[in-house]
Design a protein around this ligand. Structure first.
Ligand code: NAP
Length: 259
């Protein structure tokens, strides 16, 4: 059984109540340690899970994550809000497996940032021109609102709204999707999503990024002028605890197809 834990909860009354219930149930046998937890329990939705991962991004090698759902979607969370007692019992029983999710590593402007869902260059003020290089070879010139590179975990997030494919969460793949690309006789880019493995690196180059932003999950950076952005699958991963098996297809159906 893990000895230390921390709780990250969505800032609403209900999530706070669930967090208190969890703390009460776990406090006799585990130590609450905000700085160095072995287990981080995320109470909220996928947005809260993404926030939790970023909060502990420097400690990914020693931290594992589990989620309880009080948000609107909850694709990344294993427990529903009425399963709080079950989660407490499972944590205290201490029998679990772990699995990992891939992250993206984005380098730009002498910065290095990790993303769990996606990296996107977006410009809503004017059409953005981006030269795309794959492993240093020129691939295409894109014109439109922007480009998005998502992980398998992020394939059900922004990428899905762009018409990209849903990828099984365990796959070490990244997906390049267009955001409102312009396609006609003069301007041509692939149009469909492109799925690549860890042997590939994607580079976006633009001579003018004024007005554009670089979005990494829920973080936003302003871009200016000539810009070069490198994206690849990171060597670092996020470890999740699995106390009970929630098959990927069941998760998908529950989140996107059930009424
Ligand atoms: P947010 O309000 O935290 O999230 C927006 C929606 O995306 C929520 O319904 C959230 O689910 C869902 N979501 C987040 N990660 C997901 C995942 N891996 N799989 C399935 N659904 C997921 O928005 P934010 O703080 O601005 O950005 C966080 C993430 O939200 C971004 O990385 C982006 O992928 C996603 N987003 C998507 C769109 C879109 O599809 N058009 C627009 C904005 C942001 P919960 O309700 O369970 O939290």
């Amino acid at each position: 059984m893990m000895k230390t834990y921390a709780i990250v909860y969505k800032q609403d009354h209900y999530s706070k109540k669930i967090a208190e219930q969890l703390r009460e149930g776990l406090s006799h046998q585990m130590i609450y340690d905000e700085d160095s937890p072995e287990l981080v329990i995320s109470v909220g939705g996928d947005g809260t899970m993404i926030y939790s991962v970023h909060k502990y991004i420097e400690k990914l090698e020693t931290v594992s994550f589990i989620g309880i759902h009080t948000g609107t979607l909850g694709f990344l969370t294993d427990y529903q809000c009425d399963e709080c007692d079950e989660l407490i019992q499972d944590i205290l029983k201490g029998e679990y497996k772990t699995y990992s999710r891939c992250l993206l590593e984005v380098s730009f402007d002498s910065k290095k940032v990790l993303g769990m869902n996606e990296v996107r260059v977006e410009n809503n003020r004017r059409s953005q021109v981006i030269n795309v290089y794959i492993n240093d070879d020129f691939f295409e010139t894109f014109r439109g609102n922007g480009l998005c590179v998502s992980t398998a975990s992020g394939s059900t997030a922004y990428n899905k709204s762009l018409g990209g494919a849903v990828i099984h969460s365990g796959a070490g793949l990244m997906q390049l999707s267009e955001i409102a690309g312009i396609h006609h006789n003069a301007y041509r880019s692939l149009g469909s999503s492109l799925i690549l493995d860890w042997t590939h690196r994607i580079r976006f180059e633009s001579s003018d990024c004024d007005g554009a932003i670089l979005g990494v999950d829920n973080y936003v950076f302003d871009l200016k002028g000539e810009t070069s952005i490198d994206v690849k699958l990171s060597d670092r991963k996020v470890r999740f605890v699995q106390y009970k098996r929630v098959p990927f297809i069941k998760r998908l159906k529950r989140s996107f197809l059930s009424e």
